[in-house]
Design a protein around this ligand. Sequence first.
Ligand code: CAO
Length: 424
Amino acid sequence: MKALDGVRILDFTHVQSGPTCTQLLAWLGADCIKVERPGTGDITRGQLQDIPKVDSLYFTMLNHNKRSITIDARNPQGKAVLEALVKTCDVMVENFAPGALDRMGFTWEHIQELNPRMILASVKGFGPGPYEDCKVYENVAQCAGGSASTTGFDDGPPMVTGAQIGDTGTGLHLALGIVSALYQRVTTGRGQKVLCAMQDGVLNLCRVKLRDQQRLAHGPLTEYPQYPDGEFGDAVPRAGNSSGGGQPGWILKCKGWETDPNAYIYFIAQAPVWEAICDVIGKPEWKTDPGYAKPPARLPKLKQIFDTIEQWTMTKTKFEAMDILNKYDIPCGPILSMKEIAEEQSLRDTGTVVEVDHPTRGKYLTVGNPIKMSDSISEVKRSPLLGEHTDEILRDVLRFDDGRIAEIKASGALGGAPTRAAAE
Ligand code: CAO
């Protein structure tokens, strides 16, 4: 048994934010029916294609464990199929541009008429306000949610991060909203709308920077690289690689950095292990020197301290440094390349990196479910081909008979041109 067995999702999502959410629910056991436009399907099937005419890794890696049905929502018969699906599903998830679902005829009022228990979950770029009608992609959300202005170096432009905090981050938030609404429905018997705006999701992930914005009113941010010599304006500056928490940290070069762009380690100069750090890097005198012994004395000298630690890390590979530092409980982390992560056996062993076989692509690697549950084990099943389960869903989920299925097909609602019989 899986945690969400018995939950049926009408997955009307595309691109990344929505599909991330529904993939997670599918891994947790929900039956996820992905509705796609006939012909093209989810636009990501054809984006960033590495093999011609084969579903892209962009698509396959966001749509595991789902079934695919093609429906033209503008065709009256297609709309009827969608209405039948609304009646039989528990959750409808969508991330169309603002207003698109209403224009298809699926207003919240209509959905409730069809199924009062339905949970309608949406991702939009912005919540109600001046930008509510805007279309939004990942990096726009990173910029509007406070991530870009606080990422990068002080002397450089704002910077986006490779982690998809706008899309995948919001999909995760939405999944939590959905399971909470399912739980509340047990008591109320009613569905509800769940909305996650990407700006809000990014801001939630950047909350330490809103913390710092308020700290700034009371003086300089002493753990930032701008302290003590640089200028602080009236907004949180970019903090380079300094730590977002109470323990100073920085990225330091390791042996081989001249040729390997990832020969670096993240080093945290955690106060409780300061004495061990001094011993490891060959600076035992710093343990008792009043200029270094206590954290407040170190704050104005962080750059010099990390430069000194780097003289030591440059004599070790990042993995050698990890081995030595971990013996002393000094928090640190190697900068791992995607190649190293793909080859890491322990991630394969836990199912975090999984090899999947696909009928037209062959074998590829994907990221499995990062949520590990002892009584709801996730298996990663390949993404569906476009419309692969159309007949199966009409027959087994909607219980349409052969005559009804033939009539819908002839109308062109599932793809292809309407036949003359349907037109007459
Ligand atoms: N049958 C018929 N029509 C369909 C259909 C189907 N099965 N599926 C989609 N459509 C139609 C929609 O009805 C819509 O039509 P109208 O705009 O004419 O009413 C149209 O396809 C396109 O939808 P869209 O506007 O959502 O798509 P887009 O490519 O122009 O915009 C995006 C993409 C992501 C910018 C937009 O969907 C959006 O802002 N979504 C919300 C925020 C979001 O999730 N962003 C993350 C995307 S991942 O980086």
